[in-house]
Every structure is written in structure tokens, then in C-alpha cells.
Design a protein around this ligand. Structure first.
Ligand code: ZN
Ligand code: ZN
Length: 177
């Protein structure tokens, strides 16, 4: 989504649109470490305004996300609602960071030319919004390291026989002497 600089005024303007996600999914798949994809579009509710040369954006990203659990490898779906805020300065005017903004408050970027392409900025925010490690749930029990069964479905046969069963018997014999 490209916005002409001239359309950004001092008074805030709200905008709601849907970003294509094909390129984002390609980025998410790269490297393989972050196993997420967006099956549908990314809805962006954004408000923009300017103060001098600085252009401000804030809003919320909404998306349905499919993750592949790092522990049990099952695919799971979740909704993402992520508030974001960033400010852009013209690259030519880029000097010291404005003192009114702290690092935590807002991401600072730059714009060049007569329009701002929101797409890469929105993609960046989406990547930030996704958990570092995909887990279908915090308590996911994962797969049995011996038989590969999904332990969320219940214990597998391997777990019923303690691995050190024979050793325990031996210790009992030694102690009983
Ligand atoms: Zn899982
Ligand atoms: Zn097992």
C-alpha cells in the first residue's frame, strides 16, 4: 500500500485496507526457523498524520496465522491483533534521533520521494508480532523421542516401562543383602 506524502495531513486520517501476503509468506518461509504463514490477507487499520517533516503511523494489524508447532509439529491456527506505531522522517533530513521519541515508543524509519510504501513496514511489524518459537500451546508435550507419538494425545507405550526399571531392581537386590 503506497500513500502519497501530499495526502498525509496534520489532522489524523484513518485508513483500513488488506495487504497481500504472498511476499510476506515467502519471507516467513525463508530460513525455516520461523514456521508461520498467513492463509488469508493481513488487515491493517492505520491512522496517519504529519508533524512538520515527520510522518506518524499507528494502528492495529489483524491476521489469521497458521503455525507449525516446534514441539509436536502439528499445524495450529491463531489470531493476531497487534498494535503498532512508527514514525518516518525524510532521508535527507535524517539527523540525530528526535529527542521526543524514545527507542521503545516507536520505530523510526525513513522515506524518500513523494510517497511512502507501507507494505514493507507492515511486514516488519508482522514479523515482530509473531512469537519467536511457534508452540501450539505453552504446555505442548511434544513427540516421544523414542516412538515419535504425539504425547498431547496421551502417553505412548514407551512411557509405561521406566527406562531404568532393571537398574532399580538391581539396586533393590543390592540394598537387601
Ligand atoms: Zn505442539
Ligand atoms: Zn513413545
Amino acid at each position: 500500500m503506497k500513500i502519497a506524502i501530499d495526502d498525509i495531513k496534520a489532522s489524523p486520517k484513518e485508513l483500513s485496507y488488506v495487504e497481500e501476503v504472498e511476499e510476506l509468506n515467502t519471507r516467513l518461509g525463508r530460513g525455516g526457523a520461523r514456521d508461520y504463514r498467513l492463509p488469508t490477507g493481513l488487515t491493517v487499520d492505520v491512522t496517519h498524520y504529519r508533524a512538520g517533516l515527520e510522518v506518524f503511523f499507528h494502528g492495529v494489524l489483524h491476521a489469521q496465522v497458521l503455525g507449525s508447532c516446534a514441539r509436536c509439529l502439528e499445524e495450529y491456527a491463531f489470531g493476531l491483533d497487534y498494535p503498532f506505531a512508527f514514525v518516518l522522517m525524510p532521508r535527507v533530513a535524517a539527523g540525530p534521533r528526535p529527542t521526543t521519541l524514545s527507542e521503545e515508543d516507536m520505530a523510526l524509519s525513513y522515506y524518500e520521494g513523494d510517497e511512502i510504501d507501507l507494505t514493507p513496514l507492515v511486514h516488519e511489524q508482522t514479523m515482530l508480532a509473531l512469537p519467536t518459537r511457534p508452540l501450539c500451546r505453552e504446555t505442548c508435550r511434544g513427540l516421544c523421542s523414542r516412538c515419535g507419538a504425539n504425547l498431547n494425545a496421551g502417553p505412548c507405550d514407551c512411557q509405561e516401562v521406566p527406562a531404568d526399571g532393571r537398574l532399580a531392581v538391581l539396586h533393590a537386590l543390592v540394598r537387601g543383602k
